[in-house]
Design a binder for this molecule. Structure first.
Ligand code: NAD
Length: 353
């Protein structure tokens, strides 16, 4: 059977996770890498055995040997490259967020609807074994109707700086960068319900805590402690058409006593913690029972998560499976995030039509 021939646009940190998974996938042939930083594109292409490197993603998209692309650039070019790729006839895996704004996201969706291409969003945590197992329990109605969820991702000193700290490029701070992952997990497990209202708050009281030198933190290559235009903290209450609600909070900077990630969903027949590790709670014969599925890892793991995500994209591109994270899911998540920013800005609940 013919291979799925791939190009990767953007050759920075996360591209390495995509490239590792592609290079280890027997169904894939890695054709090209593009980055505005040509030297980076060349060295990454060489490292992973891609045949060609380009400085201009348009040249990669014009390459007739490529069937599908991963878009791993900064958030401000996700919409541009996703639309250009679809128009060039490529299948697309675009990193989260699908776009910086709802306007950009909806523009992508219009193009998606007029095409037959697979367009998948990089919600990698959906592809982790702990999430897949929990989803199978939910799909079998073991938890009943889910009416409440909690999503939290707290970093104490975790502003990566560079473009992540530049609202113009990133579109927002921890909400668009890390809050999006935990929000998406809950929304996905809740069955992708329609959002009806959002009430949110954002704060920028602590800044990027560049003064703290005693804690290790990830920083991007172009880190500059004097530049930071994103929020430190965001929280929200999100209501859905089916009456379910979701509590969210996330931060880059907060006086918390530890970093944490928590994702929980609660239904009429059972509940579950997905993060920090999968545990399921239910009631049997008038007793409260905790269930621990015996899987290789009950927490999210980067390597297997990306391998599964890439496999799903490849299978969808080859017509063997449906994508687990279609473009419209990315659009709905951006709708919620934009609602939170709007609510925080106006100090009022935002109602969605
Ligand atoms: N799924 C995840 O868990 C996860 C984790 C980290 C980052 N991300 C997402 O991946 C994307 C990239 O993040 P990163 O940490 O790899 O950033 P990065 O800065 O390390 O890499 C981005 C690369 O894109 C290149 N680039 C930027 N704009 C470009 C353009 N218009 N055309 C071509 N190349 C361009 C840059 O030169 C850089 O090499 C972001 O959207 C981020 O939200 C996802």
């Amino acid at each position: 059977m013919s291979k799925f021939r791939v190009g990767v646009i953007g050759a920075g940190s996360i591209a390495q996770s995509h490239l590792t998974a592609y290079s280890e996938n027997p169904d894939v042939e890695l054709i090209a890498v593009a980055d505005i930083n040509l030297e980076r594109a060349q060295s990454v292409a060489e490292k992973y055995g891609a045949h060609r490197a380009y400085a201009d993603p348009q040249e990669l998209l014009a390459d007739p040997e490529i069937d599908g692309v991963s878009i791993c650039t900064w958030n401000n070019s996700h919409a541009t490259w996703a639309i250009a790729a679809i128009e060039a006839g490529k299948h697309v895996l675009v990193e989260k967020p699908i776009a910086r704004t709802l306007e950009e996201a909806e523009e992508i969706q219009r193009i998606v609807e007029a095409s037959d291409r697979v367009v998948q969003v990089g919600f990698v945590r959906r592809h982790s074994a702990n999430c897949q197992v929990l989803k199978s329990f939910i799909d079998a109605d073991e938890l009943g109707e889910i009416y409440y969820a909690k999503a939290s991702c707290i970093r104490r000193v975790g502003n990566p700086g560079g473009w992540f700290a530049d609202k113009e490029i990133a579109g927002g701070g921890p909400l668009l960068d890390i809050g999006i992952h935990v929000l998406d997990l809950c929304w996905y497990l809740m069955g992708s319900p329609k959002v009806v209202s959002v009430s949110g708050n954002t704060y920028d009281r602590l800044g990027n805590r560049a003064n703290v030198t005693t804690m290790p933190r990830y920083t991007v290559a172009d880190y500059d402690p004097t530049k930071n235009t994103v929020e430190d903290l965001a929280n929200a209450v999100i209501r859905f058409e089916n009456g379910a609600s979701l509590l969210l909070d996330c931060s880059y900077s907060l006086h918390a006593t530890r970093d944490s990630i928590d994702v929980s969903v609660y239904g009429e027949k059972g509940g579950a913690e997905l993060e920090p590790a999968l545990h399921i709670a239910t009631e049997m014969h008038d007793s409260v029972v905790n269930i621990e599925p015996q899987i290789a890892s009950r927490t999210f793991e980067f390597g297997p998560g990306f391998a599964n995500e890439i496999q799903n994209f490849v299978d969808a591109g080859l017509g063997r499976a449906e994508s687990v994270a279609p473009a419209w899911h990315g659009v709905e998540i951006v709708r919620i995030l934009e609602g939170i920013y709007e609510s925080a800005r106006t100090g009022r609940e935002v109602t969605m039509s």
